[in-house]
Design a protein. Structure first.
Length: 449
C-alpha cells in the first residue's frame, strides 16, 4: 500500500552540449553540423513511504534527538515520536502531561470535522426575500470565506465564492430592494472564547465568530494577519447593500420557507480543512468546530463546539481524559492537551493500511499539513534552523506567549514515515524556540536508525 507520502525518484543521464563563438553568434552557418545526441533516458520509480523502510529503533531515535532535545531554549519540553506503521513509541518525554497546545489544537478540530462531516459538503450563503416589501435577508450559513473581491482575484481562501456573484443573483430576481437585513441565527453565544486576548479581536488573528462574513473579517483579503472587523456579519450585509444600491442595513431574521433570491457556496469541507491548517486560520477552525456541533445536535457555540470535538474524538478511541478544550483554534491559553493526543490523531491518519474507516477519513489531515520551507506557516522556516528537514517535514505550528508547539510527520533517510509532537513552554525568543523545534524535526529526517 502506498502511504501518506510518495517519493518520486528521477534518474537523468546528462547530455553535454558544446558550442563555439562562431556557432552561437555568427550568422554564417558552420561548415559541418554534428548529428543531434539521442534523447536522454528517463527512469521513473515510485516508492511508498511507510512500512517498507527499515524500522527505526527507540535507541536510534533517542540518539539523534539527544542533542536537539537537550537545547535549553526548549525547556520545559514535552513530546513523543511514533512509528505509525507499528504504533511503537520511539522517543517520549512527559508526553501525557497536558500543556497549552496553541494552534496545534487545530489538528483535533480538523480531525473531528473530517470524521463527522461529509468531505464534499459545502457551506452556503443565501439571500432570501424579507417579510416587508423591498427587504432582503442575508442568511449566514457558516461560510467565512466569502470574497469581497471580483471573481478571479485571489484571497487567502482559494476558490472562495464572491459577494459580487450573490449580489448579481439578487438583482436578477428580487426586483426593487430598499433594505438589507442579516440573519446570524445559525450560531449562538458570544463571538469570542474564554481566554482570548483582547488585542486579538479585532487584531490580526481573528474576528468575532458569526455565520456570515467576508474574507474572515479581514480588512485586506489578500493578507493573512491583518486587522479584522469587530462586526463581520454587519460588514458583509453592508457590502451586499452597497452592491444593490441601498443604504439601509439592519439585523433581522429570515422567515421559514422564504423565497431564495441568491445562493453561493464555499469549497468542500476537505478543502476548508486544508486551508485552515495551511495558514492556521482561526476563524475557519472555529467555524468547523461549530459545524461539527450542529451535525451532532449540540449548541453551535464555543461550549457546544468544544464538547462536540471531545465527543467525536472520544468515540473514535482517542483519550481526552486529561484534556481541556475551550475553542477550536487554540487562541485560548485555557486549552490543555498532551503531546500524546496530538500524535495519536496523526498516527491514525498516517497508518500505511487505510482499510480502517477512521484512517481513510483522516488521511486528508496529512496533506493539509504545511511543508517545511515550502508552504503555509512553514514556508519561511527551515532555512537557518533545521535546514535538513526542508521539504521532508510536514507539520502544524502553534504559538502563543511562552508557548511554541510543532506536530506532524517526517520521512527519515530509510524512507520510514515518523509522527512527532513537540511542545515547549519556554518564554524565550519565539524565533529561537521555533528554530530549536525545527531542529528536532530535522534531526528525525537524518535518522537511519
Amino acid at each position: 500500500m502506498v502511504a501518506a507520502a510518495v517519493l518520486l525518484v528521477i534518474a537523468l543521464a546528462g547530455a553535454a552540449v558544446v558550442g563555439t563563438q562562431r556557432g552561437w553568434f555568427d550568422a554564417t552557418p558552420a561548415a559541418t553540423t554534428a548529428a543531434p545526441l539521442p534523447p536522454a533516458p528517463v527512469s521513473l520509480a515510485m516508492k511508498g513511504v511507510g512500512a517498507d523502510g527499515t524500522p527505526p529503533t527507540p535507541a536510534g531515535v533517542r540518539a539523534v534527538l539527544a542533542g536537539p532535545a537537550g537545547n535549553g531554549l526548549l525547556a520545559p519540553l514535552t513530546g513523543v515520536v511514533v512509528d505509525p506503521a507499528t504504533g511503537t513509541a520511539l522517543w517520549n518525554q512527559g508526553e501525557t502531561a497536558a500543556q497549552t497546545p496553541a494552534s496545534t489544537i487545530k489538528i483535533l478540530t480538523a480531525a473531528a470535522a473530517l470524521l463527522t462531516l461529509d468531505h464534499t459538503s459545502q457551506l452556503s450563503t443565501k439571500v432570501v426575500r424579507g417579510a416587508q416589501p423591498g427587504t432582503v435577508v442575508l442568511v449566514g450559513g457558516g461560510d467565512p470565506t466569502l470574497s469581497s473581491l471580483p471573481a478571479g482575484q485571489p484571497t487567502v481562501y482559494p476558490g472562495a465564492a464572491t459577494i459580487d456573484d450573490l449580489a448579481a443573483q439578487v438583482r436578477a430576481s428580487a426586483g426593487q430592494v430598499t433594505q438589507v437585513q442579516y440573519d446570524v441565527s445559525r450560531y449562538v453565544g458570544p463571538g469570542t472564547a474564554p481566554g482570548w486576548h483582547p488585542d486579538d479581536v479585532p487584531g490580526g488573528y481573528v474576528a468575532p465568530i458569526e455565520p456570515v462574513m467576508l474574507d474572515g473579517g479581514r480588512e485586506d483579503p489578500t493578507k493573512d494577519e491583518v486587522r479584522r472587523t469587530s462586526t463581520p456579519a454587519a460588514a458583509a450585509a453592508q457590502a451586499l447593500a452597497q452592491r444593490l444600491g441601498v443604504t439601509a442595513v439592519a439585523a433581522g431574521a429570515a422567515a421559514p420557507g422564504a423565497q431564495v433570491l441568491g445562493e453561493v457556496k464555499s469549497v468542500p469541507v476537505d478543502q476548508l480543512v486544508e486551508n485552515l491548517m495551511q495558514i492556521s486560520d482561526n476563524v475557519l477552525a472555529e467555524v468547523m468546530a461549530r459545524e461539527v456541533a450542529k451535525a451532532r445536535g449540540l449548541e453551535p457555540s464555543f461550549a457546544g463546539a468544544a464538547q462536540a470535538v471531545r465527543d467525536v474524538l472520544t468515540e473514535h478511541g482517542f483519550d481526552l481524559s486529561t484534556s481541556t478544550i475551550v475553542d477550536g483554534s487554540g487562541l485560548s491559553p485555557n486549552d490543555k492537551v498532551p503531546a500524546k493526543l496530538l500524535a495519536d490523531v496523526l498516527v491514525a491518519a498516517a497508518k500505511p493500511d487505510a482499510s480502517d474507516p477512521k484512517t481513510a477519513k483522516l488521511r486528508p489531515l496529512l496533506t493539509a499539513l504545511p511543508v517545511a520551507g515550502g508552504s503555509g506557516t512553514l514556508a519561511s522556516r527551515y532555512e537557518q534552523w533545521g535546514a535538513g528537514g526542508r521539504g521532508w517535514v510536514r507539520a502544524k505550528t502553534g504559538t502563543l506567549t511562552a508557548v511554541n508547539t510543532l506536530a506532524g510527520v517526517v520521512v527519515d533517510t530509510d524512507g520510514r514515515l515518523l509522527v512527532f509532537a513537540f511542545m515547549s513552554g519556554n518564554a524565550g525568543s519565539t524565533a529561537e524556540v521555533r528554530g530549536a523545534l525545527d531542529e528536532m524535526a530535522a534531526a528525525l529526517r537524518s535518522c537511519g536508525c
